[in-house]
Design a protein around this ligand. Structure first.
Ligand code: ADP
Ligand code: MG
Length: 497
C-alpha cells in the first residue's frame, strides 16, 4: 500500500469505524441506562405507594380499635377478646397488646411480650409525647423467632393517654406482598437515621455498577431504597458488533469506490501522457528518417519511370501503375510525418484568410470535379486577419477537403464557409457524406486512426497540431448518415501587428 493510500484508508475506514462504534455503544448504553432508570422509578413508586397504603390502613384500623376499646378499658377480658378477634381477622398482625400508660403489659393476644417491658422503646415514648400513632424504626425479633414491626396507638380519654395499643406487624407478610409485586428488584427501607430497617430480595453483594434510588415515604419518616443488578451489557455488545460489521463493510465499499475513481483518473492521466509521448516519438522518428526515406524514394520513382518506358505492354503498365501508387502513398505518409516532426515554433505572419481560400480554390474545384461534388464557398466581405503559417493553414484545409471528398465517393455537396466573429475567424467545412459513428468520435484525433484501406490516420492529427499552434480550436460534428462538419476557430488579429 502506498503512503497516501494508507492515509486515505485510515481516514475513510479506520477512524470513522472507531468513532462510530464508540458512539453507537455509548448511545445504546445511555439508552439502556435511561430505560433502566425509568423502570426503577416506576417500581419504586409502586412500592412506595404500597407501603404508604399499608401503613395508613394499619393506622386507621388501630385508631378504630382504640376508639372501640376506650369504654371497655377496665374490662380486660372483653378487651382481650376484641384484640383476639381483630388479630385473627387480619393476617398482618403477629400479635396485638394493650399496655398501660407506663408501658406495662395489661393484656395481649399471645404471651410473647410477657417478659418484656416496653416503656423504654422509642415508639412508646413517641406515643406518650405526641398522643398519636408511632411506628418502630427497627425490626424486632420475638422469642418465637418471628420478625415484627411494632406500631403503637394511644387510647385517649379526655385528651390523656389512658393506655397504649401495640400491634406487631409480621415482616414476612409485608415482604411477601412486596415480592409478589416485583420479584427481581432488591428494595429496602431505611429509617430517619439512614439505618436499614428491613429489605426484600436482598442480594449477596452490591456491584459497582449498581443503580440505586431513594424515595421518602409519606406515612413514615423512612426512605425506600431500590437497586438492581448491573444491566445486561451483553445484549448491546452484540448489537454493537453487528453495527460495526455493517458499518465497516459499507466504509470499505466507499473506500474501494474512491480508490477505483482515483485509479481511473490516474490511468486516464497516464494514457494522455502516453499519447503525447507517442506523438513526440513519432515526431523525432519522422524528423530523423523522413529525409532518408524521401531521397531513395525519388530514385525509385525515376527508375520506375525509365523501366516503364522500356516495358510498356499492358501487363507491365499495370504493375508500374501499382508501384507508382504505392510510392505515392509512402510519400504521403512521409510528408505527414514530417509535419508532425516539425517544431511548433515556425514562421507565422498576419494574413487575410480569404486570400488563402482564393489560392486554394482552383485546386479544390478540380478535385471536386473529379469526385463529381458540388463545391460552394461562402466568404464575408471584410478581410479576416489571422496570424498563421500560410503553408500549414493550406495543408489543414486540403487535409479536411480531402477527407470530405473521400467520404463522398458517389458525389455530394461540399460547403466551405468563413464567418467573422467578434474575436475569431470561424472556418467550417461541411459534407453530406456518410458521417461518423458516435463511438468513433473520440478516436478521430488519435494518431493512426483510420477507416480507409489506404489511409494513414495522420491527417486530422496533423490538422489539430497545426491549429493548436495557432492558438485555435478544431472540432468535428457528425451525425451518422447525414454528413460531417469540421469547425475551426482562430483568433482574429489586427493587420498592422
Ligand atoms: P485518413 O484520412 O488517412 O484515414 P484522417 O486523420 O484524415 O486519416 O481521418 C481519420 C478518419 O476520420 C478517417 O479514416 C475517417 O474514418 C474519419 N473521417 C475524417 N473526416 C471524415 C469525413 N468528412 N466524413 C467521414 N469520415 C471522416
Ligand atoms: Mg485524411
Amino acid at each position: 500500500m502506498k503512503k497516501h493510500e494508507r492515509f486515505i484508508y485510515i481516514f475513510i475506514v479506520i477512524l470513522p469505524s472507531i468513532l462510530a462504534v464508540i458512539g453507537f455503544y455509548d448511545f445504546l448504553s445511555n439508552r439502556a441506562n435511561q430505560q433502566h432508570k425509568e423502570e426503577l422509578e416506576w417500581v419504586a413508586s409502586l412500592h412506595k405507594n404500597q407501603m404508604d397504603q399499608f401503613i395508613s390502613e394499619t393506622k386507621i384500623s388501630l385508631d378504630i380499635l382504640a376508639v372501640s376499646i376506650e369504654e371497655e378499658i377496665n374490662n380486660l377480658d372483653k378487651v382481650q377478646s376484641i384484640l383476639k378477634k381483630m388479630a385473627s381477622q387480619d393476617p398482618r398482625y403477629g400479635g396485638i397488646y394493650l399496655l398501660d400508660f407506663e408501658g406495662d403489659l395489661l393484656v395481649g393476644t399471645n404471651d410473647y411480650l410477657k417478659q418484656y417491658n416496653l416503656r423504654d422503646k422509642q415508639y412508646i415514648k413517641e406515643v406518650l409525647l405526641t398522643k398519636d400513632t408511632a411506628v418502630s424504626d427497627e425490626v424486632e425479633t420475638l422469642s418465637n423467632n418471628q420478625a415484627v414491626l411494632a406500631v403503637a396507638t394511644p387510647v385517649l380519654k379526655n385528651e390523656q393517654v389512658e393506655a397504649i395499643i401495640v400491634s406487631h406487624i409480621r415482616l414476612d407478610y409485608m415482604k411477601n406482598i412486596m415480592r409478589v409485586l416485583t420479584p427481581e428488584h432488591s428494595i429496602f427501607f431505611e429509617n430517619a437515621k439512614q439505618v436499614p430497617v428491613f429489605s426484600v430480595n436482598e442480594r449477596p453483594e452490591a456491584s459497582k455498577d449498581e443503580l440505586s434510588l431513594k424515595y421518602p415515604l409519606s406515612q413514615l419518616p423512612w426512605n425506600l431504597v431500590i437497586s438492581t443488578d448491573e444491566q445486561k451489557k451483553n445484549s448491546f455488545i452484540g448489537y454493537t458488533l453487528l453495527f460495526a460489521v455493517v458499518f465497516i463493510v459499507v466504509l470499505h465499499i466507499i473506500y474501494l469506490c474512491i480508490k477505483y475513481i482515483m485509479l481511473k483518473r490516474q490511468t486516464n492521466m497516464e494514457r494522455l501522457q502516453q499519447e503525447s509521448q507517442k506523438l513526440e516519438l513519432i515526431g523525432t522518428l519522422a524528423a530523423s528518417t523522413a529525409h532518408e526515406i524521401r531521397n531513395p524514394l525519388t530514385g525509385i520513382k525515376g527508375l520506375v519511370q525509365l523501366l516503364n518506358e522500356k516495358y510498356n505492354d499492358q501487363e507491365d503498365e499495370f504493375y508500374f501503375s501499382v508501384i507508382n501508387k504505392e510510392v505515392a502513398r509512402i510519400n504521403q505518409i512521409v510528408s505527414e510525418l514530417l509535419i508532425l516532426g516539425k517544431p511548433t515554433a515556425q514562421k507565422v505572419s498576419v494574413v487575410d484568410m480569404k486570400d488563402i481560400i482564393f489560392d486554394l480554390n482552383p485546386l479544390i474545384y478540380s478535385e471536386a470535379n473529379l469526385y463529381s461534388v458540388d463545391y460552394k464557398v461562402t466568404l464575408p466581405e471584410q478581410e479576416i486577419w489571422v496570424k498563421v503559417n500560410v503553408d500549414q493553414m493550406k495543408q489543414v484545409i486540403l487535409n479536411l477537403t480531402k477527407n470530405a471528398f473521400e467520404a463522398m465517393s458517389n458525389g455530394g455537396e461540399l460547403r466551405l464557409t468563413i464567418l467573422k466573429r467578434e474575436n475569431s475567424c470561424q472556418l467550417s467545412i461541411t459534407d453530406n457524406g456518410p458521417g461518423i459513428e458516435k463511438e468513433k468520435h473520440d478516436q478521430l484525433f488519435k494518431p493512426f486512426f483510420t477507416s480507409k484501406e489506404d489511409g494513414t490516420g495522420l491527417g486530422l492529427v496533423v490538422c489539430k497540431r497545426i491549429i493548436d499552434s495557432f492558438d485555435g480550436t478544431i472540432e468535428i460534428e457528425s451525425e451518422f448518415g447525414f454528413g460531417t462538419t469540421v469547425s475551426i476557430s482562430i483568433p482574429l488579429q489586427t493587420p498592422n501587428e
